[in-house]
Design a protein around this ligand. Structure first.
Ligand code: FUB
Length: 326
């Protein structure tokens, strides 16, 4: 079976699936949406997640198992609320759960928790990663063992509040005809608990080598970073937010620059779109979410997957959700 374009689990709401193959088994690290009765706003206040559950699958035909709650906001001293999209990594036999959450001042930071098992439970570090900011961490452990974290998200994700280097509550938006704000990247320390160097902006360029413009909402970065490597090329993929596309850009270095290449997924049911891309048994899969399980409530989502296909030139064939479904 190459796809399951329907919820992998239905007993809880899940979103932002970061899929990894650890020890021959597929693990999914999602957000755990809460069924809150509240209106939407551009600040993302409707996303009030409190904890993380880890899902796993022995094969793509096997049932998806909920391994239970592995980390709660009450266990993390620096967190006030809103545990958003996490990612995980394995290095030297240890497992790391990276997660964004608001600190006691209401500023999004990135935390890390560790475990000896990919299914947890995870023990948080007492403080957030020094120098971390914004949301949606995605971590690549490269073939040479070096690891990189990508972060960033506009509006509720607060990325535009950091344009001056300091946190500014009411920032000036970038001009529509100026360069778009890019995601941020830093190489991680060998123990995976910190940044070797400060976060720096990732450049996403158009076909002529110019930065994508802030007004180019169909292509510019909004949130949901993911990095994967296919045939020695680095694929940085992301959501365009208010235009609801999953797009990707490619490059020759994990630090960028990356050149925009196209769309991976057309809009799904629900405002947000967020994904991961993983290879398993020589096939490539897109894990993503929509809001179909709740009948379209933006903050009550469900994770699913489908196979992705590359063309000869390395481009990815665009997926149209719900195609051929009735
Ligand atoms: O799940 C909360 C936020 O919604 C994530 O951090 C974003 O990527 C979007 O999916």
């Amino acid at each position: 079976m190459a796809e399951q374009r329907k919820p992998l689990v239905t007993h809880i709401y899940t979103a932002d699936p970061s899929a990894h193959v650890f020890d021959g088994k597929l693990y999914i690290y999602p957000s755990h949406d809460v069924a809150l009765d509240c209106p939407d706003d551009d600040n993302g206040d409707q996303y009030q997640m409190e904890d993380y559950h880890i899902l796993s699958m022995d094969s793509l035909d096997a049932p998806c198992v909920d391994n239970g709650m592995v980390l709660h906001e009450n266990e993390v001293p620096w967190v006030s609320h809103q545990m958003w999209a996490p990612d995980a990594a394995c290095k030297n036999g240890k497992y790391y759960l990276f997660f964004p959450a608001k600190d006691k001042d209401g500023i999004f930071r990135i935390g890390v928790a560790t475990s000896d098992s990919p299914a947890g439970k995870f023990t948080p570090e007492p403080n957030y990663i020094e120098g971390s900011k914004s949301i949606d961490p995605a971590v690549l452990v490269d073939d040479d063992g070096r690891a990189y974290m990508y972060v960033g998200g506009l509006w509720g994700g607060q990325l535009e509040k950091w344009q001056t280097g300091e946190y500014v509550e009411n920032p000036v938006e970038p001009a529509a005809d100026g360069p778009a704000l890019g995601p941020l990247v830093a190489e991680m320390t060998d123990d995976m608990l910190g940044f070797k160097t400060p976060l720096q902006e990732v450049k996403i360029l158009d076909e002529n080598g110019n930065p994508l413009l802030a007004g180019d909402h169909d292509r510019r970065f909004f949130e949901a970073s993911w990095m994967h490597k296919y045939k020695d090329t680095y694929y940085f993929s992301y959501s365009t937010g208010d235009t609801h596309y999953l797009c990707y850009a490619t490059g020759k270095s994990p630090m960028g620059p990356f050149t925009y290449r196209g769309r991976i997924l057309e809009p799904v049911i629900g405002w947000t779109t967020h994904h991961s891309i993983v290879e398993w048994n020589d096939k490539w899969y897109l894990f993503y979410h929509d809001s179909s399980l709740s009948g379209g409530v933006n903050h009550q989502r469900c994770v699913m997957f489908t196979e992705i296909h590359y063309n000869e030139d390395g481009t990815i064939q665009t997926i149209v959700p719900y195609e051929n479904e009735k």
